[in-house]
Ligand binder design. Structure first.
Ligand SMILES: [Zn+2]
Ligand SMILES: [Zn+2]
Length: 358
């Protein structure tokens, strides 16, 4: 690729881009502080503000009472359960002792021990009764607890029903709040976008363009990160409508630009070759030739077979010529012959022309 841009110019261009980004970075920081100071919603709307307050308070009170009851029963269970466990253990131990004793008795079959069998069995029964009694206490408490859980579930359902009833008013208030936040942000972002758009349109050739470009980057950042995420959705309607609107506007300008471009090309192609060549910037001509595009009509350079394309087949512009001094084939846009250094104007040397300014 043939580059016509001077090396320091290239470095300068990169430095200026860096400068644009640094400038944009500082502006983004400052903009962030300003956004933070914008009027905010101190008390975001909640569904609780829109339900039937009296009914909600009743439900809340019942729920608190139920929670207290549940805690009290849990404490009772915590006390009863170890007692039941201990009775169970006692019974288990006694039962084991009895079983062992009865085995010994069967081995000896001593009939004099019958009254003791009866007595020991009675003891075991009494212990078993105690275990059952404790189990019943725990079971009763557990049943009470289940009853309270059901009551809490009912209360929660009533609470949900209240919230459902308030839902549409709440959604309306939420939308209003979102809209307010968005409008504040729009008030901040819109002027930035307008100024940036004006700069892009009119100040591109300005020596201070790198700073303005930084401002443009900042405006884009503000648009995409400080405004778009806060666009109220309202069930997706607004986003889609705004998207459709922006697409139509962008298409309109693109179509206009294309029509303008094509009209310009038609006019340019009708001019005389010398005039056309003069209107093309030296750097642009070399860049387009490197990309195999005709600098005159911006169509791809075409040829057939092995014939070297000296002229554009579309607009007739001469792309390659031969040095008048040494006959080397060269780009018609080169100012000097790369082989002998003769200027493009026939027979003259650099000294004669006094050099060509960029
Ligand atoms: Zn052409
Ligand atoms: Zn030459």
């Amino acid at each position: 690729m043939i580059k016509a841009i001077r090396v320091p110019e290239r470095a300068f261009s990169i430095t200026m881009w860096v400068l644009s980004f640094i400038f944009a970075g500082f502006l983004v920081g400052l903009g962030g502080l300003v956004i933070d100071d914008l009027p905010r919603v101190d008390h975001p709307v909640e569904i609780g503000q829109f339900v039937d307050q009296k009914a909600a308070a009743e439900i809340e009170a019942s729920r608190a009472a139920a929670a207290l009851q549940r805690d009290a029963i849990q404490r009772q269970i915590d006390i009863a359960e170890p007692v039941r466990q201990s009775a169970q253990n006692d019974y288990g131990a006694k039962r084991e002792a009895f079983d062992n004793w009865i085995k010994t008795r069967e081995a000896t079959t001593d009939s004099k021990q019958d009254p003791e069998v009866i007595s020991r069995t009675r003891d075991l029964d009494a212990l078993n009764d105690r275990v059952r009694a404790q189990e019943k206490i725990v079971e009763g408490l557990t049943a009470d607890q289940a009853g309270i859980e059901r009551k809490v579930t009912d209360l929660d359902q009533r609470r949900s029903a209240l919230e459902n009833a308030a839902s549409s008013t709440f959604q309306g208030a939420l939308f209003k709040q979102d809209l307010e936040v968005f409008l504040y942000r729009l008030l901040f972002t819109l002027p930035l976008l307008v100024i940036a758009g004006w700069m892009v349109k009119t100040k591109r050739k300005s020596a201070y363009w790198p700073l303005m470009r930084g401002f443009g980057l900042f405006a884009l950042y503000a648009f995409f990160f400080q405004l778009v995420p806060y666009l109220p959705s309202y069930g997706g309607y607004i986003r889609y409508i705004v998207g459709i609107g922006l697409t139509i506007i962008a298409s309109h300008y693109l179509i206009k630009w294309m029509q303008h471009y094509l009209a310009n090309r038609v006019v340019a192609e009708q001019k005389a070759e010398v005039e056309r060549k003069q209107s093309i910037r030296y750097e642009d001509a070399l860049k387009k030739m490197s990309a195999n595009v005709c600098p005159g009509c911006e169509r791809p350079i075409a040829t057939t077979g092995d014939v070297l394309a000296d002229y554009c087949v579309h607009c007739g512009m001469q792309l390659f010529d031969n040095c008048k001094s040494c006959a080397t084939r060269k780009l018609a846009f080169f100012r000097y012959c790369m082989s002998c250094g003769t200027t493009a104007e026939a027979g003259k040397t650099e000294a004669d022309t006094g050099g060509v300014t960029a």
